[in-house]
Design a protein around this ligand. Structure first.
Ligand code: B4P
Length: 195
């Protein structure tokens, strides 16, 4: 089993690249953003609580997302590997994921970190707002808040995985296909080293 984390700031293209990666490598895709938006669409109590936080650019509590991931891992025992997209977003989430994977006798094979400058991120979120219908994309103050939360709470997650030499930085500006080629090259290399 080969497990991958696609890491990067909001709007760096994690969701965009995940779609292509799951098609090529048949990973089980676990996007906490998608899982939360599905709860919102179903108007569950969890979804309603998450929406109020997401609309302000804040993170949903660790125990909520860790619980969602734990359930998803249990429900997918026979997959080739997981692609974690938008998770972990805090060091506490990363530590919880390490324990869950360890319990299942597996681990993270690589953390691919998409590098995109802040102004480009804002411009992508502004563009995405025109079509996504996502209320957290529509307001520039919320976008700035998401980037602030990212720098404070999520960036330290990269250091957590640097300790075990798992992080590979990838240029996240350029065509979607060129970025996908860069990601695939690293994944092929890491997969061949893991067998
Ligand atoms: P997410 O759903 O994870 O969304 P994201 O980080 O905003 O976007 P992503 O990086 O996937 O960007 P995309 O491909 O769409 O999170 C949403 C919210 O959910 C969070 O703010 C938080 O509140 C909550 N949440 C989620 N996970 C959580 C967790 N673990 N803990 C706590 N809270 C959590 O790309 C963006 C745009 O750029 C798109 O329009 C795309 O078309 C465009 N684009 C992509 N690649 C491009 C390229 N190469 N060039 C130009 N444009 C490009």
């Amino acid at each position: 089993m080969f497990n991958l984390i696609l890491f990067g700031p909001p709007g760096s293209g994690k969701g965009t690249q995940s779609e292509k990666l799951i098609e090529k490598y048949k990973f089980k895709h676990l996007s906490t953003g998608d899982l939360l938006r599905s709860e919102i669409a179903q108007q569950t109590p969890l979804g309603m609580e998450a929406k109020s936080l997401m609309d302000k650019g804040q993170l949903v509590p660790d125990e909520v997302v860790i619980g969602m991931i734990s359930t998803a891992l249990d429900a997918n025992k026979d997959v080739n590997g997981f692609l974690f997209d938008g998770f972990p977003r805090t060091t506490a989430q990363a530590e919880a994921l390490d324990k869950l994977l360890d319990f299942n006798k597996t681990s993270i094979g690589a953390v691919l970190f998409l590098q995109v400058p802040e102004e480009e991120l804002i411009s992508r979120m502004v563009n995405r707002a025109k079509t996504s219908g996502r209320s957290d994309d529509a307001d520039e103050n919320v976008q700035r808040k998401r980037l602030e939360v990212y720098s404070r709470d999520t960036l330290p997650v990269a250091n957590h995985y640097r300790k075990s030499d798992k992080v590979v930085e990838i240029e996240g500006v350029g065509s979607v296909d060129d970025i996908f080629t860069s990601l695939s090259t690293i994944i092929d290399k890491k997969m061949s080293q893991s067998v």
